[in-house]
Design a protein around this ligand. Sequence first.
Ligand code: UT7
Length: 334
Amino acid sequence: MMENRNSAGILGTGWYVPERIITNEDLEQMVDTSNEWIVERTGIHERHAAALDQPTSDLAERAARMALEDAGVAAADLDLIIVATLTPDRVMPSTASVLQDRLGARQAAAFDLSAACSGFDYAAVVACQFIETGVYRHILVIGAETMSKVIDWTDRNTCVLFGDGAGAAVFGSVEDGLGVQSFDLGSDGSGSELLQIPAGGSLKPLTAEALLMHENCVHMDGRAVFRFAVRILGETVEKSLAKAGLKKEDIDWLVPHQANTRIIDAAASRLELPAEKVIVNIGKYGNMSAASIPVALAEAAHAHRFRKGDLVALAGFGAGLTWASCIMKWAKED
Ligand code: UT7
């Protein structure tokens, strides 16, 4: 870290998942799949789904309010709100602006950030730059998704994987030496076709034909993304560790993107981490894209799993292709 910079870290966390639960047994009634296949190949047992009239901003607001309370920061004292999402309420305005009004964060700038499942880590790193330089004091970072609205519920390759939720963290200045130690952000756009929503953007505006072909929904080459994920998740953490002059054995907690237990296990094995040090909640939530990491982080924090000074590694990957990791010394008193 550069000298004369503030240390930036997390002051409080929150999360929310919608009430409705879709079990693997429910999916057996919808597509040609089985509970056994889903559990064995992904580790997912159930996932939550937003109500039809419940937009991403609703999930984000609930997670945000919990994080603000946990941090002891008033919405009026926020300087910036960043919402990482691939399922914004609308293409414009940003979901962050909607949220800024709902929360009464009158002083806050607001924007959405697009880095798919890596979005929360990307947004956290952006937030830390403002805090470290002293430009802003309090920044609300949220990963929020309603994946259920962009899933093709007739495609067994994807519909069993995803879930809805939101996780939030308030970033601010923390005790010297604590907070974010290093990060690694990356992108390989040559893999942009592997995981995409083909229609609805300027490349292919939404037409009746595109809707008929379900091109407004997530399309994925699962095997290719799997291969990429297994390599990149451990690799990005190793890069962040090296930047901070730290070693694998210094990690107290890995909070990985929750896409598949086999991907998480591969990363844990590469980093030589025992299962007790890896936060895993995919079984009950599925892959919540940008919300996966902050929900796992917030749940673990509120379950008092982190002690002040613990080294916590956040690591994600997703469409883009993108990847991101961020290593922080937990700064909050339990
Ligand atoms: O958030 C970031 C993005 N997403 C990911 O990280 C996902 C990465 N990919 C994966 O997690 C895995 O590739 C999947 C879970 C998507 C698929 O698991 P897999 O072990 O790679 O399965 P596969 O794609 O190699 O398919 C094996 C078989 C195929 O049948 P055939 O061709 O061998 O007869 C599939 O058609 O499993 C079949 N299959 C299913 N069977 C029952 C695919 N989906 C299902 C399903 N139920 N839901």
